[in-house]
Design a protein around this ligand. Structure first.
Ligand code: G3P
Length: 274
């Protein structure tokens, strides 16, 4: 399973790279906003072109997802090609992120513009990560259009299911893969009971039909969700540096480490001084 960090912070990405087990980086306009605000807070001027080039350079050999901002077929393709032209020459690792359906204003845009843009960009040899996936059908269509990755948003689907049932929760709070039952009724969104169930159904569809597109579990908010994404066969998962590091923490590991360290006798310590 490939592990990605979901960040546009050069500092966080460099920490994640330092683990030696990072397989890629995902960004989006919200992550770019955080990065820009941080640079401004440090009193520095922001040149996003130079910044993103540096990001791509430091991730040489690993895919870096960069997202478009448009909402029509023409804009999605134009911006996708522009991102690819500007940043792919740096380290040949750009993957363009395209929303599965950019429609948020029924007057202006068509529901299938995302899929059409994925098809056009893929045909031109641009690797695509299809984002904002909330149903297995969206994932299937994106795969058919040629996306290399599809990104089901686990945490946000859990938010949708629990908030539509009036449940109170905090952002990082765990929601079980098997979903919740109340009064014998299974909470679900069109038959999907949780974010992890969404990932599982995408993986199953791709397996059954021999589809090569990778399921990239996104909006992973905590370590148990990461584990469950791995259990159901997600090909990749993207998470914050905080979640990635939290995956290494257990109180008994810490306790055991302290005990071993306390038990080192000088005879044993001297072995390591050669
Ligand atoms: O990878 C998508 C991610 O950035 C969304 O995360 O936690 O805001 O739902 P979140």
């Amino acid at each position: 399973m490939e592990l990605f960090v979901d960040s546009a912070s050069l500092d966080e990405i460099s920490h994640a790279l330092d683990t030696g087990v990072l397989d890629g980086v995902t960004t989006n306009p919200s992550k770019m906003k955080e990065a820009v605000e941080l640079v401004k807070k440090q009193g520095k001027k922001v040149s996003l072109t130079a910044y993103i080039k540096q990001l791509c350079r430091m991730c040489k050999g690993l895919p870096v997802s960069l997202e478009v901002i448009g909402a029509s077929y023409e804009d999605l393709v134009r911006e996708g090609l522009l991102l690819h032209r500007m940043f792919n020459p740096v380290a040949k690792n750009v993957v363009v992120k395209i929303p599965v359906n950019p429609q948020f204003d029924t007057e202006k845009h068509r529901v299938h513009d995302g899929i059409k843009a994925i098809r056009s960009l893929s045909k031109k040899g641009v690797r695509v990560n299809c984002t904002l996936v909330f149903t297995p059908e969206q994932a299937l269509l994106a795969a058919k259009a040629g996306a290399q990755f599809v990104s089901p948003f686990c945490g946000r689907l859990d938010d949708y299911i629990r908030s539509s049932h009036g449940m109170k929760f905090s952002k990082g709070e765990y929601y079980p893969a098997e979903g919740k039952k109340r009064w014998a009724k299974q909470w679900n969104d069109q038959g999907v009971v949780s974010g992890i169930d969404l990932v599982a159904q995408c993986v199953e569809i791709f397996d059954v039909h021999g589809i090569k597109t990778k399921v990239l579990a996104a909006s992973i908010r905590n370590v148990r969700q990461l584990r469950e994404a791995a259990v159901v066969g997600a090909h990749c998962a993207t998470m914050s540096l905080e979640t990635l590091e939290a995956a290494l923490v257990h109180p008994k590991t810490e306790q055991g480490m302290k005990k071993f360290s306390d038990d080192v006798v000088p005879e044993y310590a001297s072995l390591f001084k050669k």
